[in-house]
Design a protein around this ligand. Structure first.
Ligand SMILES: C[S@@+](CC[C@H](N)C(=O)[O-])C[C@H]1O[C@@H](n2cnc3c(N)ncnc32)[C@H](O)[C@@H]1O
Length: 400
């Protein structure tokens, strides 16, 4: 990276830390006085960091300036993160969503991991701060079957050619680990670490790794916004269908950036819900995608993440960002039967229907028409359905 690039990189870090500082100040004001005092103590570090970054922005700077700026940034990141954890649920703004943590083994709500998306209007950003995700898909058997059809070959094909034996890889939001085990195989005798919010998925992933003899794969429950790994630990990081569910996607990316080595690889693949489809649109069943997209958004997710990811990565300081994309088709009789069953059992389940109608996204009468349309679609020769995937491969700036 040249100095020009480096200056832009540090500038982005500064603006992210500045947002977090303001954000914590607001929350501290609403929560407890001591938190404000803690922030005051960190002001000196902030000032030293900001002044070092201005030196980076000037012109010829030394390695020493660079190192100090990075050390101070790391100190601030750690301090802010501890403070965020301490504040926990206190000081959150109005309208915060229900926590996913209800589904977690401990039963305790997790501290908010969300921060605002870059470039949004401040009012929208304020609503996002302190918001916690409602995981739209849930952890049912029906959805588990969808995840278990996946593999590294089918869902990480852009990353696989970049992996080498001996690498250390992170799969964040690994779910049932069906993709992770293929990544583990690709880097043997290197290491694959899978992390997911949900303990039940981690247990399935561990069992899959054991059954496949992937001794180099290990899995643990945890939040991708607060990873239990050292700085610059991984050669590559991967996620599939995760950021689309996370209100604070930017905070997760910043955390993944922290644990990647300079020059490390990031591979993200997310659904572009509005481009997913049923063909033909029997009984208006294609409308189900729209409702699904609205439900994702209502739960704090990002239905268009598949197409937005490259812009998000560029805005948040990643380099060498290259887009990719594909359709996952359900077109054989067997695949159609599988998808028909999944949509019937998941989209038309009591829980999903209650959530969709509760948010006023669809009326019961319309759903009845779609149910019939779905049956008609399954038996229509040549019919197909598709998940539209959009993704990107990027690098953490720095020497490889
Ligand atoms: C749609 S599933 C995808 C699972 C897997 N990547 C795959 O494609 O088979 C999304 C997963 O992300 C996990 N997840 C969502 N937010 C997370 C977070 N902040 N940290 C870790 N995992 C998260 C969910 O628990 C869920 O298992």
């Amino acid at each position: 990276m040249d100095w020009q690039e480096y200056r832009e990189y540090m500038d982005r870090i500064r603006s992210r830390l500045e947002k977090e500082r303001q954000d914590l100040r607001d929350r501290a004001r609403r929560a407890k006085k001591e938190a404000g005092e803690e922030l005051d103590k960190m002001e000196e570090t902030w000032k030293a960091f900001a002044s070092r970054v201005s030196e980076v922005e000037l012109s010829e700077v030394t390695e020493d300036v660079k190192e100090t700026a990075e050390r101070l940034a790391a100190e601030l990141r750690e301090g802010y993160s501890k403070l965020r954890d301490r504040l926990g649920d206190q000081g959150k703004g109005a309208g915060a969503g229900r926590a996913t943590a209800e589904t977690e083994s401990g039963g305790e709500p997790k501290p908010a991991a969300a921060r605002e998306e870059a470039g949004r209007e401040s009012a929208a950003a304020d609503a996002e701060v302190g918001r916690e995700a409602v995981y739209t898909m849930g952890y049912s058997e029906e959805f588990r079957r969808v995840l278990e059809r996946r593999s590294a070959q089918t869902h990480a094909s852009d990353l696989l050619p970049l992996l080498r034996q001996g690498m250390r890889v992170l799969d964040f939001g690994c779910g049932t680990g069906s993709i992770s085990v293929g990544l583990a195989k690709a880097v043997e005798p290197g290491e694959l670490h899978g992390i997911d919010l949900e303990e039940s998925q981690i247990e399935i992933a561990r069992a899959a790794a054991k059954a496949g003899g992937h001794d180099n794969a290990s899995f643990q429950a945890g939040d991708a916004a607060s990873l239990p790994f050292e700085d610059e630990w991984f050669d590559a990081a991967h996620c599939n269908a995760v950021l689309m569910h996370v209100p604070g996607a930017e905070a997760v990316l910043a955390e993944v950036n922290r644990v990647l080595k300079p020059g490390g690889i990031l591979s993200v693949r997310e659904l572009n819900t509005p481009s997913s489809f049923f063909e033909p649109d029997c009984g208006g069943i294609d409308g189900a995608w729209k409702v699904f997209a609205q439900l994702l958004a209502a739960n704090g997710g990002h239905p268009g993440m598949g197409r937005e990811i490259t812009g998000l990565l560029r805005r948040t300081g990643w380099s060498d960002v290259e887009a990719n994309g594909s359709f996952e088709l359900f077109r054989s009789e067997e695949d159609r039967a599988f998808f028909h069953r999944f949509v019937g059992e998941w989209f038309f389940s009591e829980d999903t229907v209650r959530a969709a109608t509760g948010h006023g996204l669809v009326a019961e009468a319309e759903l009845d028409g779609w149910r019939k349309g779905l049956d008609e679609w399954k038996d229509r020769p040549g019919a197909l359905a598709a998940f539209a995937w959009g993704g990107a491969i990027a690098r953490k700036p720095g020497l490889r």
